[in-house]
Design a protein around this ligand. Sequence first.
Ligand code: ADP
Length: 167
Amino acid sequence: MKRAVYPGSFDPVTKGHLDIIERAANLADELIVGVLNNNEKTPLFSVEERVKMLVDVTAHIPNVRVEAFSGLSVEFCKKCDASFLVRGLRAVTDFEYELQMAQTNRSLDRDVDTLFLTTALNYAYISSTIVKEVAFYGGDISGFVPPQIKERVYAKIDAFRAAQNGI
Ligand code: ADP
């Protein structure tokens, strides 16, 4: 049984993430999407909301499971009994950080390898940050996120804005 873990913040999940999930699910017997519960970053969506979004957009892929985790990806990998981590590479700008992370993870645990999948070209420019920024200014995000996610992002941004304005 070849199990893989795809870790990330997914705040929110984008079409680029989903493309990586679909392709990685073809390579592994089981793919676990690990949603990072990171106290240092302040995400727009709670970890429970991010997990729910991923569960909804991956409902059509039978060998995908979604779980929240905190701490090191390699530890989560070990806990899941997974043999490799999956990461997506958009551009050279991702490369340096991703290489450093992969080397660090390998030195932490020699049994865990990192598998990089290059982004589909039409999704290469998409990031969760860009999605939030465009939505914040009222732009159309339907090209960036799966259809089930669009309204949730606008609603969350509205709630965020209302909280900021003390409404
Ligand atoms: P992190 O906070 O760990 O960077 P992200 O949710 O931003 O988490 O990304 C998780 C993984 O998905 C990373 O490997 C990232 O490079 C990859 N990724 C992000 N956006 C895209 C995209 N548009 N296409 C392919 N991979 C992507």
